[in-house]
Design a protein around this ligand. Structure first.
Ligand code: AMP
Length: 571
């Protein structure tokens, strides 16, 4: 009875969202006012001469557009322990480490209670829309979530990835309960010090509670694919643990072992059943439904750099619905997926007008001169860079993401994520984004399917050490592929970059032949381990799709693991 009373009121949540988006313009003005009133005493805003004004016009006139680099000195002082109001009225006590896959090293951004509340608001909103279409029962979720190490900064602030800060917050668990989405794994597993061990235990917990699992989720869908690829390797060990009721000795952390010991009892019937199911599968097709018969859907961010994992996810999930999770960043949330029936390739996000103040730089115009427009002034079909003003001390902050407006939900825009702006392959007059790269890899890997081979992951680099410079694409593939096939893949990659600047430069050899470098199995796992070593967490990991020369360590991992290389003869 008590549990029932705690459940979220889905209709009410949807109603609130509808009325807020119908009044998006006013809600934006009010939100900006609230942000500026709460933080007006902060040194950063004081110095800009707002003098208590909170209207958008004065705000835009006084406050400059900034990047993370511009705010770095302010953030550093907060990290070092200054307790004066620097970026926010109330002192910041927690710092988030963004994944840093773009620059190669994590960035510090402020985290506070207001950011936590907007996180929960966006979780609740998309949950309401999801549940209306695909109701779940009061069961459990196999949430493939992981914490980073939480450390203390020199100034005594807690620092961890944004997702770690969220998972550790007491409100997270309560909200998950109210959303009937409790993680089936104990906290000791989520916060375990080694993600390999946590992953193994998540899988084990999932199997123990297999009939209760209502959905499978992660922050970014890479973690789901990663988990089931790992399952393929460790399923026999998992079955042995279940059969004997004893955890494998490779789980070494006492806290994790004792938490798991409370759940694990000898269960030979379950072990036999899982073994039979695994042996009966053809290349693991439909694995998820076999293991978890009551799962209703798979949930996690599936757009942008996660799109390349959809094929594998569909392979494991068969016809289960795949629902992309919301759109946000360590810096703040942006939009919720309120159309759960739409396939992830077409997923869009509706901006929540009360979680921040949003502006958009039109990308059609010359970016240096382009004037940002407000949330309700964007035009359908156009692309923009997102600017965030948040409750956590970021004012007119260029997020670096490019989005396209696909329509409006009431008066609030619906966005499609396009790419990171500064992730770009460019040598000459060519410009290819991570999306162009993804499309090229998709086209080329189709040549592979006849051989039943799979591109497990990929990245790229502009090699200027040759004259002329050329694109290098790194592929990790499964199994042995004939040289002729890979040569053809290499040509196909080269031809698939249809950007006029690239094609014309290739024709006159101002850009050299594209090079496909095949790396050995496990190379992308090494890259993941590298980022985790820097303080990232598996939950927020995004494979870097374009690796610049400044990201030397990742480039070295890629280059040191090359087993074969091919040059295009397409031009
Ligand atoms: P992080 O740096 O770990 O905070 O990750 C935030 C970044 O992940 C965003 O700036 C986007 O580039 C990307 N991202 C977050 N949500 C989505 C989404 N729903 N679709 C595509 N990319 C996303």
């Amino acid at each position: 009875m008590i549990e029932k009373m705690e459940l979220l009121d889905v209709d009410k949540l949807i109603e609130e969202f509808e009325s807020m988006t119908k009044d998006a313009g006013n809600v934006q003005r009010e939100t900006l006012k609230k942000i500026l009133e709460e933080n007006g005493c902060a040194e950063y805003l004081q110095n800009l001469g707002l003098n208590g004004k909170t209207d958008p016009e004065s705000f835009k006139a006084c406050v400059p557009l900034v990047t993370h680099n511009d705010l770095q000195p302010y953030i550093q002082r907060i990290v070092d322990g200054s307790s004066s109001p620097i970026l926010t009225g109330k002192p910041i006590t927690t710092i988030s480490l963004s994944s840093g896959t773009t620059q190669g090293k994590p960035k510090f951004v402020p985290f506070n209670d207001e950011l936590m509340e907007t996180t929960l608001q966006i979780y609740r909103t998309s949950y309401a829309f999801r549940t209306r279409e695909l109701p779940i029962e009061n069961g459990k979720a196999l949430q493939l979530i992981y914490s980073s190490k939480q450390s203390k900064t020199k100034g005594g602030l807690i620092a961890g990835t944004a997702t770690t800060n969220v998972f550790r917050n007491s409100q997270f668990k309560n909200t998950m309960k109210a959303m009937q989405s409790q993680c089936c794994s104990p906290d000791e597993v989520i916060f375990g010090p080694d993600f390999h061990q946590s992953l193994y235990c998540h899988l084990l917990c999932g199997l123990i509670f297999r009939k209760e699992i209502q959905f499978i989720s992660s922050t970014f869908s890479h973690s789901i694919v990663h988990a089931f690829r790992t399952f393929e390797q460790v399923w026999e060990e998992l079955c042995a643990d279940i059969r004997e009721g004893v955890l494998t000795s490779r789980i070494t952390f006492p806290s994790v072992r004792s938490a798991m010991a409370k759940l694990l009892k000898p269960n030979p019937e379950l072990a036999d059943l899982i073994q039979k199911k695994c042996l009966g599968l053809n290349n693991w097709y439909g694995l998820i439904l076999e293991l978890f018969p009551n799962v209703k859907y798979i949930y996690g961010i599936m757009t942008g750099s996660m799109e390349p994992y959809l094929k594998k996810l569909r392979h494991y999930a068969r016809d289960l619905p795949l629902i992309s999770a919301d759109y946000g960043s360590s810096e703040g949330w942006i939009g919720a997926n309120v159309n759960p029936n739409v396939p992830p390739e077409l997923a869009t996000y509706v901006v929540l007008p009360n979680i921040g103040y949003f502006e958009f730089i039109p990308l059609k115009e010359n970016v240096e001169e382009a004037k940002p427009v407000g949330l309700t002034e964007v035009k359908v079909g156009e692309e923009y860079e997102v600017i965030i003003t948040s409750f956590a001390g970021l004012y007119r902050y260029r997020l670096g993401d490019v989005v396209k407006i696909t329509g409006f939900h009431n008066l609030s825009p619906e966005l499609k994520f396009i790419c990171r702006r500064n992730l770009m392959l460019t040598i000459n007059i060519d410009k290819n984004t991570e999306k162009d790269l993804q499309l090229a890899v998709e086209a080329a890997s189709k040549l592979n399917t006849e051989e039943k081979l799979e591109v497990l992951d990929f990245s790229s680099h502009v090699d200027l050490s040759t004259n002329p410079g050329h694109y290098v694409i790194f592929w990790e593939i499964s199994g042995e592929v004939r040289d002729e096939v890979l040569e053809e893949c290499c040509n196909c990659l080269d031809r698939s970059f249809v950007d006029a600047g690239y094609v014309s430069s290739r024709k006159i050899n101002a850009i050299g032949p594209l090079e496909l470098r095949v790396v050995q199995r496990g190379t992308f796992q090494k890259i993941l381990d590298h980022y985790v070593g820097l303080g990232a967490a598996l939950s927020q990991f995004k494979t870097p799709r374009c690796v610049g020369s400044t990201n030397n360590e990742v480039l070295q991992i890629l280059c040191n693991n090359v087993v074969k290389s091919y040059f295009s003869t397409a031009f």
